[in-house]
Design a protein around this ligand. Structure first.
Ligand code: IPM
Ligand code: MG
Length: 364
């Protein structure tokens, strides 16, 4: 069997973490007799440098033809990179938003769980994270503030900027359905997060989610205001199973949840439309400050590749094999710098990006 994978290395640490993820994929392919054919796709700052735009039509066409797409990270340092002197629609992030929209990736799934081995890296106190946690954020990805009308104009001599938050009921229903389906395969608990005490879009969100819940009587649903959810995540993350929320809230809450796991360098993510193809990427950014220094943690990207096997290629066993190899490497005491405790290093061994990839591949 073979699969065609579009690969977007992107900017910053993107190329090095993607290199390690394809290394692990190839090793897994050997074991399970599957071939992965990769084709590189330009997106982000590297595309701007070459073509003047962050994502070309040709790149979109290539991505659409693939069985799945693996993405590293895009973007640079907003204070120093020339990419951020360009108008917003030509910056690296515009490429990311465009590919999400063009591929209709309305579901963004971001799991956050605490590896036992990394409890020391978790910033929460032992009595808060003691039992560990295992939650997944289901973030709506093609609507809301990110894609609403926006403008900056001058009114009576003052600059006025406007962004609009719009959802129609179909956009809410389809992400809600996906979230309930995922919950059915987990602990059967959905927490829908909104700001219904202020926003109309949230009141519609709540009403539609309630309607969808009627078709999933085996899943329990509760609603939570987003400010409360931000607090609950650091007060008692173990209470959550599936968090369902709109685009902007999901962006913020997923960074918060990931930090609770010890390092954003550990968290994978997957984005889907209604087909089997998906876009898989780490939840973190391009970390330009450490790019090319062999310091990046490739685990989030490797775990994203594992999600690709599970959700796009129906290779559940191979996916579990990768997850287990990651766990084994952590158990064996290997750490990239971001997950190395500042004190009490004990027997732990610090490794770079490349070696971390090798160690995981060896354990497949
Ligand atoms: C993310 C990122 C992006 C987002 C940025 C880079 C546009 O923060 O994937 O969470 O806000 O969606
Ligand atoms: Mg984000």
């Amino acid at each position: 069997m073979e699969f065609n994978v579009g690969v977007i290395p992107g900017d910053g640490i993107g190329p090095e973490i993607v290199r390690e993820a394809t290394k692990v994929l190839d090793k897994t392919g050997e074991k399970y007799n599957v071939r992965f054919n990769y084709e590189q796709i330009l997106m982000g700052g590297c595309s701007i440098d070459k073509l003047g735009i962050p994502l070309s039509d040709e790149a979109i066409k290539t991505a659409k033809k693939k069985d799945a797409v693996l993405l590293g990270a895009i973007g640079g340092d907003a204070n120093t990179s020339p990419w951020y002197k360009l108008e917003p629609s030509l910056r690296p992030e515009a490429g990311l938003l465009k590919i999400r929209k063009e591929l209709n990736l309305f579901v963004n799934m971001r799991p956050a769980y605490l590896f036992d081995e990394l409890k020391d890296a978790c910033p929460l106190r032992e009595n808060v994270c003691g039992e560990g946690f295992d939650l997944v954020i289901m973030r709506e990805l093609t609507g809301g503030l990110y894609f609403g009308e926006r403008k900056t104009v001058e009114v009576e001599g003052k600059r006025v900027a406007t962004d609009t938050l719009t959802y129609n009921e179909d956009e809410i229903r389809r992400i809600a359905i996906k979230s309930f389906e995922i919950a059915q395969k987990r602990r059967k608990k959905v927490t829908s997060v909104d700001k219904a005490n202020v926003l109309d879009s949230s009141r519609l969100w709540r009403a539609v989610v309630d309607e969808v819940a009627e078709d999933f009587p085996d899943v329990s649903l509760s609603h939570m205001l987003v400010d409360n959810c931000a607090m609950q995540l650091v007060r008692d993350p173990g209470q959550f199973d599936v968090i369902l929320t709109e685009n902007m809230f999901g962006d913020i809450l997923s960074d918060e949840a990931s930090m609770c796991t010890g390092s954003i360098g550990m968290l994978s993510s997957a984005s889907f439309n209604d087909s089997k193809a998906g876009l898989y990427e780490p939840s973190h950014g391009s970390a330009p400050d450490i790019a090319g220094k062999d310091m990046a943690n490739p685990i989030a990207t490797i775990l994203s590749a594992s999600m690709m096997l599970k959700y796009s290629f129906d290779m559940e066993e191979a996916s579990n094999n990768i997850d287990e190899a990651v766990r084994q490497v952590l158990r064996d005491g290997y750490r990239t710098v971001d997950i190395m405790p500042h004190e009490g290093k004990g027997e732990l061994k610090q490794v770079g990006c490349r070696q971390m990839g090798d160690l995981i591949a060896e354990r497949i």
